[in-house]
Design a protein around this ligand. Structure first.
Ligand code: NAI
Ligand code: AKG
Length: 405
């Protein structure tokens, strides 16, 4: 994804010395996390925390548990967080963590032990004003609670050291839904600028975890029709619209969306991406829209719930075809914005009610959309180039002011 940054660096005429600093990570930590499994066997998981740039504030970014979470992926995602926090004008830098494991193969006890060991192996580079993890793929509020508890055992009670926690432990009411709900706030703000009505729009969502499921629920409230969703187990399609709450229930019961057996047509993840629809929301993993399938995408708007779902080659194809893309650093920025609210409230030991949280979230995301849209109009460029350019200029200013170069 370096290509997106390079294009923005050219667009804003980024000075070479700053580009040199931003072209690599500040710190990359690689740890070994051995786990004695319930059956007596030994699992040796490898974990990473990459801190890309902290010029604008403490490092911030999620923790992903996935068998393919390697250093290259975590490094790219850490840099994405630097641009995302800058675009949203949050006082954070960018980081990401990954643990190379499939949590679905672990018992709850194993998951807790592994999480605690991972937290302790990274704790020397983390902290309320140093680096604050949050949930990402295959991690959730419970994992954050164990992580925070392990960290606190070593450093003293530190709820602000981790965000996305359960509400009972200082989590912000609204944070769990914030990425998916925020994605819809971003879409609404963009749609207003395009004089585009969302009611009745046909929506396809890949990934029905935290981001995809909350985006679906929020879109339904606007009168949009969710015609297909998928997860790692496959997808379901119904042109008249899915009953989203039923799908949510099927998944909450431990199944796949493909198990929501109410007469819907089964579709593969590949087929799902090219279904005829108005809005496509990739909300699973990166790299699903490539040069190989971009010409077949039939949506008129792609909203990037996932990080890096569209490869640069595919992005060019979508732009040439006039398909609008709301880029990840804008579209899924509701999550880290919600984390910012949680962090500030933990530091001050108070809590907003969820309606206040949502109103502030909408306000910040509206502002970011309007900045990106205005920049794109002024420079006749894509929203992605506009978003990266704004972010890059902000980070570059901070790098100079901090005296990094
Ligand atoms: N959770 C958050 O606050 C944020 C998440 N994101 C990004 O959103 C995306 C989704 O994250 P979450 O919803 O948190 O994760 P999650 O773990 O809650 O859900 C992931 C979903 O994707 C599905 N999935 C996994 N592999 C798949 C595949 N190969 N094909 C189709 N579906 C697949 C899973 O079955 C699940 O439904 C990721 O790219 C993540 O980095 C971005 C910003 C914040
Ligand atoms: O909430 C956060 O701090 C980070 C969320 C995240 O990892 C992301 O936006 O990709």
């Amino acid at each position: 994804m370096r290509l997106y940054v390079d294009a923005a660096a050219r667009a804003v005429a980024l000075e070479e010395d700053v580009a040199d600093v931003l072209g690599s990570s500040y710190r990359e930590v690689s740890v070994q996390v051995p786990l004695r499994r319930d059956d007596g066997s030994l699992l040796v998981a490898h974990g990473y925390r990459v801190q890309h740039n902290g010029a604008r504030g403490p490092y911030k970014g999620g923790l992903r548990y996935h068998p393919e979470a390697d250093l290259d992926e975590v490094r790219a995602l850490a840099s994405l967080m630097t641009w995302k926090t800058a675009l949203l004008d949050l006082p954070f830098g960018g980081a990401k963590g990954g643990l190379q494991v499939d949590p679905r193969q672990l018992s709850e006890g194993e998951l807790q032990t592994l999480t605690r060991k991972f937290a302790l192996s990274l704790s020397h580079v983390l902290g309320v004003y140093r680096d604050i993890p949050a949930p990402d793929v295959n991690t959730n509020a419970q994992v954050m609670a164990w992580f925070m508890d392990a960290y606190s055992g070593r450093h003293g009670y530190s709820p602000a050291a981790v965000t996305g926690k359960p509400v009972d432990l200082g989590g912000a009411p609204g944070r769990e839904a914030a990425t998916g709900r925020g994605l819809v706030y971003v879409l609404e703000a963009a749609a207003r600028r395009w004089s585009w009505d969302l009611a009745g729009r046909r929506v396809v969502i890949q990934g029905f975890g935290n981001v995809g499921s909350w985006a679906a629920r929020e879109l339904v409230t606007l009168g949009a029709r969710i015609i297909a969703v998928s997860d790692v187990g496959g997808g379901i399609f119904n042109d008249n619209g899915l009953d989203v709450e039923r799908v949510v229930e099927a998944v909450a019961a431990g199944g796949s969306v493909a198990d929501a057996d109410v007469g819907y047509t089964k579709v593969s993840n590949e087929e799902l991406l090219t279904l005829d629809c108005d809005i496509l929301v990739p909300a699973a993993l990166g790299g699903c829209i490539t040069a190989g399938n971009a010409a077949d995408i039939r949506a008129s708007v792609v909203v990037e719930g996932a990080n890096h779902p569209v490869t640069p080659a595919a992005d060019d194809v979508l732009a040439d075809r006039g398909i609008r893309v709301l880029p990840d650093i804008l579209a899924n920025g509701g999550g880290v914005t919600g984390s910012y609210f949680e962090w500030t409230q933990n530091i001050q030991q108070f809590q907003w009610k969820e309606d206040r949280f949502n109103a502030e979230l909408r306000d910040r995301l509206d502002r970011a959309v309007n900045e990106v849209a205005a920049y794109a109009e002024e420079h006749a460029c894509t929203y992605r180039l506009a978003a990266y350019s704004i972010a890059l200029e902000r980070v570059a200013r901070a790098v100079r002011l901090r005296g990094y170069v």
